[in-house]
Design a protein around this ligand. Structure first.
Ligand SMILES: *Cc1c(COP(=O)(O)O)cnc(C)c1O
Length: 420
């Protein structure tokens, strides 16, 4: 074991201009190996628990015990408009105007609600374009939307593939496709950061090309929110949705986020699936059967917010707001660049994530012979927690809020020992 490399990693941790906030998180114990704490690289799957979450949750439990139904209006954070507390920090996180975002539901539900409004197949414009390496839930969701409209999913859903022999989509190929076939495309729905390869898409250019072709452009930001800076409003994105349990550290199944561009929130004629939390709160109890939606993303809400699932989202957003996504991104580029440099000389693995920092977030995906077995050995013999995607991809995400250069050192030493 090269102590010189280890010293260098410790030095980088000591001098990094954006300090790690590891102390603010519960880092799990290492399941094996020489260190007490795990080197946690699975924050792209489930982020670590902020220590502040317990306080946020306890306040809600106390208010529920103390106030019962009065908590709707009398709680420290009144429950009737609890989602309001997430609005400003969520808007800053994704580069939106406050009334363009809302915290609600789960990711796939939000994708469906957005498609109920924005997927309007008509004439020759019926196609939904996704990436071939789409997350299964997204594939199922778009196919079911096609079926819902009486269309054949095999013909309606187009899956964009990288060039033969390549791992990642090229922006110019996506743009060229939209120029060539755009008249058929009703909806372009890609991942901002691909869950498998870690590729960061050029969302601005692709959104522009998609809209120029007359398509609606939505983004699945499951792996982008909290990972990379976003400018959804300025990029003119039509809609987006993201979960909060990955980079946003809000706990398993936590409440998701949704973005609807300002130009749509004022359009009362858009068809929506509606519920009582989608009406103007001032007129909610007038019992008028016709809805009176506000000119905001809130108009897509259905139900009253799940307070216990939203409390951790507020705790987490407070941390992102304090550090700022731009500062986190600079730290993230240093951490991931360091890990990439340490993985480069190891024979027996191939990094499939793009090498350019501008084309990736923090995740590096490596191709190895047996991903599941390697991931298990990394955990048990080195305390390095990564995540396997069958058959041959291991994903390693150094998360700038809580991962260290020393964690990256541990991962590279363990991989070199097992593969090199
Ligand atoms: C994690 C992830 C999901 C998960 O969907 P849920 O509705 O939160 O269960 C969906 N899509 C993508 C691209 C993901 O990465």
């Amino acid at each position: 074991m090269s102590t010189q490399d280890e010293q260098e990693a410790r030095r980088l941790d000591a001098v990094d201009p954006v300090p790690v906030l590891r102390e603010e998180f519960h880092v799990p114990p290492a399941p094996g190996g020489p260190y007490e704490e795990a080197a946690y690289f699975a924050g792209n799957s489930l982020g670590l628990q902020p220590r502040s979450v317990a306080r946020y949750l306890n306040e809600e439990l106390e208010d529920w015990a103390r106030l019962a139904v009065e908590g709707h209006t009398q709680a420290r954070r009144p429950w009737v408009d609890y989602h309001e507390a997430a609005r400003a920090p969520a808007a800053r996180l994704v580069g939106a105007l406050p009334h363009e975002v809302v915290a609600m539901n789960s990711l796939t539900v939000n994708l469906h609600l957005m498609m109920a409004t924005f997927y309007r197949p008509a004439g020759e414009r019926t196609w939904i374009v996704i990436e071939d390496a789409a997350f299964p839930s997204d594939s199922y969701a778009v196919r079911s939307q096609a079926v819902h409209h009486g269309l054949d999913p095999e013909r309606t859903v187009v899956r964009l593939k990288p060039r033969p022999g390549e791992e990642n989509l090229r922006t110019e190929d996506v743009v060229e496709y939209l120029e060539r076939e755009g008249r058929h495309v009703a909806l372009l729905l890609l991942g901002g950061v691909n869950y498998l390869t870690g590729q960061l898409m050029d969302m601005e250019s692709i959104t522009k090309a998609g809209r120029a072709a007359g398509a609606v452009v939505g983004w699945d930001l499951a792996h982008a929110a909290g990972n990379v800076p976003l400018r959804l409003h300025d990029w003119d994105v039509d809609f987006a949705a993201w979960c909060t349990y990955k980079y946003l550290n809000s706990g398993p199944g936590a409440v998701a986020g949704c973005f609807v561009h300002e130009r749509h929130v004022r359009d009362a004629a858009l068809p929506k699936l509606s519920g009582w939390w989608g009406t103007d709160p001032a007129t909610r109890f007038r019992m008028d059967p016709r809805i009176d939606p506000p000119a905001s993303a809130d108009a897509w809400q259905l139900s009253n917010p799940p307070i216990l699932a939203l409390a951790p989202v507020l705790a987490s957003l407070e941390i992102f707001d304090r550090v700022g996504m731009d500062a986190l991104r600079t730290r993230s580029e240093r951490l991931t660049g360091y890990l990439a440099g340490r993985l480069a000389p190891i024979s027996g693995l191939e990094v499939v994530t793009p090498p350019e920092p501008a084309a990736r977030g923090c995740q590096l995906s490596i191709r190895v012979p047996d991903a599941a077995a390697l991931t298990e050995r990394l955990a048990v013999s080195a305390g390095v927690l990564a995540d396997a995607r069958e058959p041959d991809i291991v994903r390693l995400a150094p998360v700038p809020l809580y991962s260290t250069f020393h964690d990256c050192h541990r991962a590279s030493v363990a991989l070199a020992a097992m593969l090199g």
